[in-house]
Design a protein around this ligand. Structure first.
Ligand code: SAH
Length: 251
């Protein structure tokens, strides 16, 4: 059995109880060494074999899984955040299907949710934005033609940009064509790690500030007026509003 585990954003206490139990019982662990906090592996079983997938290709990862399966060993495949977001676990699951190897997926706290937490912000403010776009800039992985950053930006929704902090100049130039130039932006480097950094700015100055802070990777860029202080109160907790669980009062 192979267990794909979302290891969370960094803080080892942000691993799920289930994910931790499976890691601690695994015979073989394959983890994304470039991003997963090694402390997540602090309590692994004595004798557990640990592989760092940062130096392995897909075939090598599958080979380790296949070999373990043949020996009846339990494999924990540990991804950063949640594997469903830029985790490249689909291609692994498809190979396992072909090989007839059973697997499960244990979700994790994605870095975009940890980022909201450390910023102490809500992405979906009434009257501001009720939509969250998770995307990236085009790098070696091309963007599908209908997902160009400028087209996505036209909604002025809350936007979270992964894998692209090295391209902030170009990113803010594109975003300025769709958002107000003074739209607030935050860049969060290594959210929930001990060396976490947060840089605030707007679409005119964020690139410079982030460069000054020396941030080049492992950061998320979040854009939108959800970072500001103007919004409408929710209907959910409005005292005049009746919900399924609570009757509203008059006036
Ligand atoms: N599956 C992961 C994302 C993997 S892609 C998740 O759910 O978070 C790797 C990118 O995620 C990085 O380039 C960076 O943009 C972002 N990232 C991962 N961990 C992060 C963290 N702790 N803080 C800020 N950004 C992070």
């Amino acid at each position: 059995m192979v267990s794909f585990i979302g290891a969370g954003p960094g803080d080892p206490e942000l691993l799920t109880i289930k994910g931790k139990r499976i890691i601690d019982q695994a015979d073989v662990i394959i983890y994304a060494g470039s991003l997963v906090n090694p402390q997540v592996l602090a309590d692994v079983k004595k004798g557990a074999v640990i592989h760092n997938s940062a130096v392995m290709n897909l075939e090598e990862v599958i080979e380790v899984m296949k070999d373990a399966e043949e020996k009846g060993l339990k494999v924990a495949r540990v991804h950063t955040g949640d594997p469903a977001i830029y985790g490249a676990h689909r291609e692994q699951m498809d190979r396992l299907d072909e090989l007839g190897i059973a697997y499960e997926v244990i979700p994790g706290v994605s870095s975009f949710l940890a980022t909201a937490a450390v910023l102490k912000k809500e992405y979906t403010l009434p009257g501001v934005s009720q939509t969250v776009i998770l995307t990236r800039m085009e790098g070696r992985t091309p963007m599908p033609p209908k997902e160009k950053l400028l087209d996505l930006a036209s909604h002025n929704a809350t936007m979270i940009i992964f894998l692209s902090v090295g391209m902030l100049d170009e990113m803010s130039e594109i975003l300025r064509q769709a958002y107000r130039p003074e739209t607030p932006v935050a860049v969060v480097y290594k959210a929930t790690w001990e060396d976490q950094k947060i840089v605030y700015g707007d679409l005119t100055n964020i690139a410079e500030r982030v460069q000054e802070a020396g941030i080049r990777k492992t950061a998320l860029t979040v854009v939108g007026d959800f970072l500001g202080d103007e919004y409408e109160l929710s209907k959910l907790y409005d005292k005049t509003f009746t919900t399924e669980f609570r009757k509203g009062v008059d006036g």
